[in-house]
Design a binder for this molecule. Structure first.
Ligand code: ATP
Length: 312
């Protein structure tokens, strides 16, 4: 997908971006291509490098090596940041000020926009009716929505949202997800980090999966799900050992594993007749063959180990 894209189609591009903290490699040679106007998910378990990546893109963390670009190459990094909104850590709202006054305060210090914009934003995030109530009386979901209003000040072209539903109950999460989807319209690009596959599947157009600071795969969610569902065959043969030997030598065959006496081969499903023929020529016969329906969830679990990706 990214191969046909020119760099002006990309809102964010990183090339071999790397961050070391002493001996810890937090981000390891990360090359990302985030298409303009998409909601792009950075997906990975805790410690996989998502926050560090966002920190580098926002100028908060100095990369050890590699480079990146936000928006057009023709504008300065400073200007690109001016067109960017981010919640990497929760903004510190004042508990005794109303939602509106909190926003007005941050608007004042950012110098980004006009006061008329506040009503529009409060409306947009569904807080208009409670805008004059004190922040401390807000539910968790309302606090989060105020955070999204804050990030939208000045109508940014790129939004960075780090684990936007972290610690929320399921109802609040669903509400925020709908809102995030609506923010990714009209050409705005959203980079969202999450350790929750379902969240990314429901909200994002594209995804990059990270594990221990490394990029495992990136692309459109639908393409990814499609390719996972069709690119693995389960094969039972008359001589598995010999079959593995033959198949390993073929350049169009990917990873080969054995599960309960069945060989699982990474190969496009349409090449299954070819696979049968190659084995047959060496007197190895296929007793059973089926396409393995690997879900994105199984894949995510497999590539990330399903748990803590602490690098070290
Ligand atoms: P989480 O969601 O838990 O924040 P993450 O995917 O965002 O996870 P990072 O926070 O980027 O991951 O952390 C990546 C690795 O870098 C981890 O091993 C973490 O302990 C380490 N790390 C992050 N920041 C620092 C720092 N300031 N000093 C030392 N190590 C750090």
């Amino acid at each position: 997908m990214t191969a046909q894209m020119t760099s002006s189609d990309l809102a964010i591009e990183t090339v071999s971006l790397t961050k070391h903290y002493g001996r810890i490699v937090a981000v390891d040679g990360l090359s990302l291509a985030v298409p303009r106007g998409q909601i792009f998910g950075l997906l990975g378990p805790n410690g996989s490098g998502k926050t560090t990546t966002m920190g580098m893109l926002l100028g908060l963390v100095k990369p050890t090596s590699g480079r990146f670009r936000l928006l057009d190459a023709s504008i300065s990094y400073r200007e690109a940041l001016r067109r960017t909104g981010a919640i990497v850590e929760n903004p510190c709202f004042y508990p005794y000020l109303s939602g509106r006054d909190n926003l007005a305060y941050f608007q004042g210090i950012s110098g980004k926009s006009n006061r008329g914009e506040l009503n529009e934003l409060l409306e947009r995030v569904g807080l208009a009716a409670r805008a004059n109530d004190r922040f401390r009386t807000y539910s968790q979901g309302m606090k989060q929505r105020l955070g999204l209003a804050y990030v939208l000040l000045g109508d940014p072209e790129i939004l960075f949202l780090d684990e936007p539903t972290n610690g929320m109950d399921p109802d609040g999460m669903a509400e925020i997800r709908d809102l995030i989807r609506s923010l990714g319209t009209g050409g705005r690009t959203v980079l969202l980090s999450s350790h929750l596959l379902h969240e990314v599947e429901q909200v994002c157009d594209s995804v990059a999966i990270l594990s221990r600071g490394r990029l495992i795969v990136q692309g459109g969610i639908h393409d990814l799900v499609h390719s996972l569902a069709r690119d693995r065959l389960r094969v039972r043969t008359t001589d598995n050992e010999k079959a593995i030997e033959i198949l390993s030598a073929l350049e169009w065959v990917g990873e080969i594993t054995v599960e309960n006496g069945t060989i699982v081969v990474a190969v496009p499903a349409e090449r299954s007749p070819e696979l049968t023929a190659v084995l047959g020529r060496s007197d190895v016969y296929v007793a059973e063959m089926s396409a393995e329906q690997m879900s994105l969830e199984q894949y995510y679990f497999k590539v990330t180990g399903g748990g803590d990706g602490e690098a070290g």
